[in-house]
Design a binder for this molecule. Structure first.
Ligand code: UT7
Length: 325
């Protein structure tokens, strides 16, 4: 039986040139390199330049992914941009990306699921591609979180950074077995009862300002491992796979302790974890595609590998997806 799967044709990323080290942060707030490394694993993060917007980062990552796929922009008929830091309240930053790439066909929209945005965007693009309504999608995670940080709040400003990553997905016939390439399964979850544990204290309908990120870090941490492992286990069950089948575990890069805790509980060995949190910090929806591109570029992720992505973030939102590369 032939079925349609969303297969990965290429992957790309972009990081702003400027890096901010823990030592520099220690000169700005009451913190230390030791505290940040021990509690989070983060050593440095990238910061977008003045005048460099979420859509600009996204366009760089998209062009990189298109080049890897060997495609011209006009081959794309769907753009889903996962972001919680859009250029403007509207229009969607995705249409700016679409225009900058010179794409005049199909549809482009933003998806807001904060740190789970890329997992939600993969699941959404996969659903739309499998309807036959679209042929090729650019799925992008792009963020300028440093623009919504309170630089006097040491509990949040040391955690986040800017960046973008993208993949090109194509609807392609596959055999309908576990050996297929493409998105094999995905799970999206949310529970709004937790919305005040990680939020931004502004918005167009409330304060009329962009606002600043606020987080009860300990509370988020407390739920993260349980929610993430639950979503991963659901995807494993749905696809008939085991944690030991996973070649590469590519988590949202929030905190090395959360990443290690999830891998340990799932029984994924350490050598299969792709971690970039030390160099990128938490780039929200961009962190998974940034990590994917890192592991593709250094030769770890190869065609045919089984890749599990997962994330949890504001809302709370959480989810996972299993992709045969
Ligand atoms: O991506 C979306 C999802 N977000 C996350 O997954 C984040 C989840 N949360 C976390 O990663 C962790 O909770 C943090 C890294 C944010 C904080 O780590 P923690 O181990 O939970 O620390 P804590 O909040 O319990 O704070 C411990 C101590 C406190 O001092 P006292 O009360 O023990 O005296 C804090 O005031 O560390 C203090 N502290 C700091 N010290 C130095 C908090 N932030 C800092 C800092 N530098 N930057």
């Amino acid at each position: 039986m032939s079925i349609t799967r969303s297969i990965v044709l290429g992957c790309g990323s972009y990081l702003p040139a400027r890096t901010l080290t823990n030592a520099e942060l220690a000169g700005m707030v009451d913190t230390s390199d030791d505290w940040i490394v021990q509690r989070t694993g983060i050593r440095e993060r990238h910061i977008a330049a003045d005048g460099e917007f979420t859509s600009d980062l996204a366009v760089h990552a998209a062009r990189d992914a298109l080049a890897a796929a060997g495609l011209e922009p006009q081959a794309i008929d769907l753009i889903i941009l996962a972001t919680a830091t859009p250029d403007h309240t509207f229009p969607a930053s995705a249409v700016t990306v679409q225009a900058q790439l010179g794409i005049t066909q199909g549809a482009a929209f933003d998806l807001q699921a904060v740190c789970s945005g890329f997992v939600f965007a993969i699941a959404t693009a996969d659903s739309l591609l499998r309807t036959g309504g679209f042929k090729r999608a650019l799925v992008i995670g792009s963020e300028t979180f440093t623009r919504i940080l309170d630089w006097k709040d040491r509990t949040t400003c040391v955690i986040f950074g800017d960046g973008a990553g993208a993949v090109v997905l194509e609807a392609a016939p596959q055999a309908g077995t576990l050996a297929d390439r493409g998105v094999l399964g995905a799970k999206m979850r949310s529970d709004g009862r937790h919305k005040s544990k990680l939020y931004v204290d502004g918005g167009p309908s409330t304060t009329g300002t962009a606002g600043y990120l606020r987080m009860e870090g300990k509370e988020v941490f407390r739920h993260a491992v349980t929610m993430i492992t639950g979503a991963v286990e659901d995807v494993l069950a749905e696809t008939g796979t085991k944690a030991t089948d996973i070649d590469w575990f590519v988590p949202h890069q929030a905190n090395q302790r959360i990443i290690d805790g999830c891998a340990h509980r799932l029984g994924v060995s350490r050598d299969k974890i792709v971690s970039t949190v030390d160099r990128h910090g938490n780039t929200s929806a961009a962190s998974i595609p940034l990590a994917l591109h890192t592991a593709v570029t250094d030769g770890r992720i190869k065609q045919g590998d089984l890749v599990m992505i997962e994330a949890m973030g504001g809302g709370f939102t959480w989810g996972a997806a299993l992709i045969r590369w």
